[in-house]
Design a protein around this ligand. Structure first.
Ligand code: ZN
Ligand code: ZN
Length: 139
């Protein structure tokens, strides 16, 4: 059974120091292969799910913020390091959450691969999802 769209979606970091809550329907669900996400997460690919910032709040603890490029602020748990959010100043209506920090990431499958121009040659999915050399808006 699928959750009602107004269900509360929760997530948090590995150690439990930082928790968050969001409502509403995700706007985007993607996997990002860019070098910046790769280094920020220490992971070959990072899955993201995007919501309205007005519907998102941290409910326990506060993450550490890091400005990974002039327009981009990433947050992560200062204790265990789990990457949590990505916000761009030129995308004020979006907050991206790391899909893998959700309590139920299986409910939010990605629908595309972005930034394939940075993708590692040994990462192969075979999922037949659309691929973009950068982001869809940049092509
Ligand atoms: Zn933590
Ligand atoms: Zn990225």
């Amino acid at each position: 059974m699928s959750e009602p769209i107004d269900a509360v979606i929760e997530g948090g970091c590995l150690c439990g120091a930082v928790r968050y809550r969001v409502t509403g329907e995700p706007k985007y669900r993607v996997m990002c292969h860019c070098e910046s996400c790769r280094r920020a997460a220490g992971s070959p690919v990072v899955a993201w799910v995007t919501f309205e910032p007005a519907n998102f709040a941290f409910t326990k603890g506060q993450p550490v913020s890091y400005r990974s490029s002039p327009p981009v602020t990433r947050t992560f748990c200062g204790t265990c390091g789990t990457p949590l959010t990505y916000v761009r100043v030129d995308r004020p209506d979006d907050v991206d959450l790391t899909t893998a920090s959700l309590d139920r990431p299986g409910d939010f499958p990605p629908v595309a691969h972005l930034w394939m121009e940075d993708a590692l040659p040994w990462v192969r999915f075979g999922d037949e999802l659309p691929v973009f050399q950068r982001s869809p808006s940049a092509e």
